[in-house]
Design a protein around this ligand. Sequence first.
Ligand code: SF4
Length: 465
Amino acid sequence: MAKHLLSKSTYIKSLQCQKSLYLHKKRPFLRDKMSAVQLAKFRRGTAVGVLARDLFPGGIDMTPKSPSQYQAKRDETLLALQNPEISAIYEAVFQYDEVLIMLDILVREGDKWRAIEVKSSRGLSDTYLQDAYLQYYVLKGNHIQMLDFELFYLNEEYVLRDELNLQELFISQSIMNQAEEVIDLTALQIKNAKKTLQLTKSPEVPIGTHCYKPYPCDFIGHCWKNIPQNSLLYLSSEKLEQRFEWYNQGVALHEQSEILYLKEQIDALNHNTYYLNKQIFQEAIKSFKLTEPTYLKFLVHHAAIPTVSGRKPYEAIVLAVCAFQPHNQQQQIFYWNNTGQSNGPELADFLNQIWLNSSCLIMYENNKLDVVTKKLSGLNTEIQWINYTDLLDSAHFMLPAIEEKYELNTLQNKLFPELKPLKEEAWLLKDLLEEPEKNNSKVNFQLSQYCQSLHKLHQYFLAVK
Ligand code: SF4
């Protein structure tokens, strides 16, 4: 059989943007570097898929070790289907219409099969459904007699008690009827993607919200390279959809906008600088006692599969905290959750202790840390917290950037480009979870850099006249 042209991931790319499919296949060297967050998602998906196999034990694993094995594994899968001794196949490889898929689990039920694709998320997005429709199409093309096609995903209400209960951890949703209803559309979409791959040059596709949705595309660096830094597309205080609407209409915002702060933001953007309403900012910080602030950096892990009794999928766990007190001889203090499993009284004690020598605790967090702190029993309720992202939002802060919510690193790179960039949090988490002993001191150092960066940022904004 001829080599495949499309896989699940390239098909999904084609639905997001035909140009991204073309560039991926024909100009891969133009791709941006894979972010740590994307890499972590990919690893998590594989681990959850393997775990779900335990619901159907005794199967055989067809996972190809390299792309060179795809065709051999496909042949082996077809042979395994004929063997009544085989009750389940993991990563079953099929090809049809030049599309190659690997299905997570195929389970024998009498003379039919249950097809199962496992997702590590707590819900099903449209992309997951499209991905499943494609697999259904390929299985049907291979004349697999399906009893059902199901998507498994994580039950966010599941609470771990003693042992992991996989029956309760996963929710199953049948998508076979929908897949059958859209089968012609799936075939058409495959045809379109294949046509794109026959082009001799990349298709003309203008940039749009599809560059970021449903996923940030790998070719943003390439396609956006001629967008000037003061373009409206970088007006980070507005939703991306709104920015593109203005951009496509060529709206003259200075004349049209009635909102004063928006006018001022646009003015700042035109000068390729940030905007902060100084009056609101000064008013807001007056309500805090800033004489002896402590700057905190939390490292938070959201484990897909809970490992400690009482925990739910993706529940936040603080692995480490760095506390930096400039008023106290530049002291840095660390909290370590060496088990990586749960936050008990130690974290509350640590924060209470820090609070004893502070007038307020300042952090820059986008990740709903309040959910963790609210659950900590014994935490001093008088602690005065400042979340810098909230403070900046309240003062209509705008930084020329694509992201609506950006990390401290983005802010640092724009305001203090002379400083070495902070290491992405997703990499710190990976370092710590994979080799804690080896990486403890490296992570310590990075967390202190985060605290010092926030300190510098705060000093900078305080000095703004
Ligand atoms: S950056 Fe946008 S236009 Fe370019 S390939 Fe990606 S999605 Fe398509």
